[in-house]
Design a protein around this ligand. Structure first.
Ligand code: G4P
Length: 532
């Protein structure tokens, strides 16, 4: 096969890929929307399959035992499916805020995002935080305004709320006709048609082409009063919101908005049809060394997630790789850049809806799972040989801290191994206090401590105990002024720690102490993420 042919094949595969995440505040309807999207892709065949037996969340996407017990989506997984010649990869994210860090990392592996907002509740806390990460990375976002079958807020107010709270311009591409019990459907601005609503979990929307909203035909469908209101609304929409600027969307400056009801499968296909057309295919990725384009012939990818124990019978990990460039092939040697070693993979898996299967090849945008026995850490790079390091997988300063102590002296090795592996997986962060050598675990939420304790016991046979520590923030410090840095480290010896990469971390026990330190040591930089 000549190179030109190979290149065009690669281009074709890249152009048809859409890799994205759905994010929302818990209960806004992320699982329901995911399920409906999978239905359109033929990836599942019955509504309800994704979370059928209602230990809620034994969703397709959730693998971990602990999740069944707690009913919280702990795992982040991948669901791939084909839709009208597009290859779609949905990366699921845990809704619970205690796993926010997991979600942040997943957002480094997507090319765009769909945000689900509950139209009765408007923008909620978790959505705000996740949007900050999208903004930081300039990720293109679309909004699905869900639950229009319930009495919700006024659509103009909702859009104002999005603009203010999520700090992004909006561009409505559909417009609701009434809401709650009187919900009649939407006018699809993007496709110029009227989508009429009949409450049902399975129906496909009845659509009427409607290029001219002033046509008297409108009254026949929705009655005089609503027709007048819709015309008025659309006039206002035209006046207030600019036309969709595709480039501005791709730059993450404008969010197209669709209204609908995921539960009733209304407005979902319209969202998907527009999404595949306008959402970006895999884009160039910044590595420390250079920008890596997906169309490059040589393979590269990075690990954004490590998942242990998906198969309860074997204690193995799966490292999730996002492919950035070239074509990945089974049984070909690739360079593990950190270990400076060539490794080949005989059973890489792809994730197609509810099942995983071995794949022979994969393309940029795809996520593959590599069975792993401890070779990988979050952020590791695989390449065809070049030394590349992808940026943008920072650790964030944790919000809760505890000392971790061994509760079974016979199992200290197991505990050590368990802690190391869980930290490599990115479950939480480990800091070792340089003064007393005690280990401190930092997390985003209380639940992670429980997950760690549970997993240490069930996967490693190790028992741990938590002891309180009074800490406000951990921050990474650096300075060009070596004398000042050393002076600081000496004076704050009791509060100095190393992270797992051996970097200096200052453990401030209060906001006041941190402020004073920043004031007194002007040449020191205090960072709240590990990437600076
Ligand atoms: P999440 O993944 O974002 O946490 O939300 P999920 O899809 O689980 O949806 C949360 C609840 O909202 C579910 O109800 C779901 O049925 C409901 N829901 C989702 N979309 C719509 C919609 O368009 N309209 C209405 N009225 N409800 C919607 P639940 O009572 O928690 O579960 P279930 O027993 O109904 O499945």
């Amino acid at each position: 096969m000549n190179i030109l042919h190979l290149m065009s094949e690669l281009d074709k595969e890249i152009n048809r890929r859409r890799t994205f995440a759905i994010i929302s505040h818990p209960d806004a309807g992320k699982t329901t929307l995911t399920e409906k999207l999978l239905l359109f892709g033929g990836a599942i065949h019955v509504a309800g399959a994704v979370k059928s037996n209602k230990i809620k969340k034994t969703a397709t996407s959730d693998w971990m035992e602990i999740e069944k017990q707690r009913g919280i989506s702990v795992a982040t997984s991948v669901m791939g499916f084909e839709y009208e010649n597009y290859k779609i990869n949905i990366l699921d994210t845990p809704g619970h805020k205690d796993f926010a860090e997991d979600t942040y990392r997943t957002l480094t592996a997507v090319d765009s995002v769909i945000i689900v907002v509950d139209s009765a509740k408007g923008v909620e806390e978790q959505t705000r935080r996740l949007m900050e990460v999208c903004r930081m990375r300039k990720t293109p976002v679309m909004v699905f305004m869900n639950k229009m079958d319930r009495d919700g807020k006024d659509p103009f107010d909702l859009l104002d709320e999005i603009e203010e709270e999520l700090k992004i311009q909006v561009c409505p591409l559909s417009w609701p006709i009434d809401s709650g019990q009187n919900f009649k459907g939407v006018y699809n601005i993007y496709d110029e048609k009227l989508d009429l609503y009949t409450p049902s979990k399975q129906t496909i929307t009845q659509s009427v082409e409607f290029k001219d909203i002033n046509s008297p035909e409108l009254e026949n469908h929705i009655g005089e009063k609503l027709a007048a209101k819709l015309r008025e609304d659309i006039e206002l929409v035209d006046g207030v919101y600019p036309q969709l600027d595709h480039d501005a969307y791709l730059r993450g400056e404008v969010a197209p908005v669709f209204f609908g009801s995921a539960l009733n499968n209304f407005g979902v296909k319209e969202l998907l049809d527009c999404f595949v057309k306008i959402a970006p295919c895999p884009r160039p990725v910044q590595a420390v060394e250079r920008v890596v384009k997906p169309q490059e012939e040589t393979f590269s990818g990075f690990i954004f997630k490590i998942h242990a124990n998906m198969d309860p019978n074997h204690r193995s990990c799966i490292a999730f790789v996002k492919i950035c460039s070239g074509k990945f092939e089974r049984n070909v040697y690739y360079k593990h850049v950190r270990l400076e070693r060539n490794i080949r993979f005989s059973s890489p898996t792809a994730f197609m809806a509810q099942k995983k299967e071995t794949v022979d090849e994969a393309y940029p945008g795809d996520i593959i799972g590599l069975p792993d026995t401890g070779n990988f850490k979050i952020g590791d790079t695989l390449t065809s040989g070049e030394d590349l390091h992808f940026k943008g997988l920072p650790s964030f300063s944790p919000e809760m801290f505890k000392y971790i102590e061994n509760d079974d002296p016979m199992k200290s090795k197991q505990l050590q191994k368990g802690i190391d592996q869980l930290m490599d997986e990115g479950v939480a962060q480990l800091f070792v206090n340089q003064f007393n050598n005690r280990k401190i675990i930092g997390t985003v939420g209380q639940l992670q401590f429980e997950v760690i304790q549970y997993r240490l016991l069930h996967e490693y046979g190790a028992q741990c105990r938590w002891e309180p520590i009074n800490l406000f923030k951990a921050c990474w410090i650096e300075s060009d002024n070596k004398d000042q840095l050393n002076d600081f480290k000496k004076r704050k010896a009791q509060f100095m720690a190393k992270d797992k990469e051996g970097r200096d971390v200052f453990l401030a026990d209060s906001n006041y102490v941190l402020m004073m330190a920043q004031q007194d040591f002007k040449d020191l930089k205090f960072h709240f993420t590990s990437e600076f």
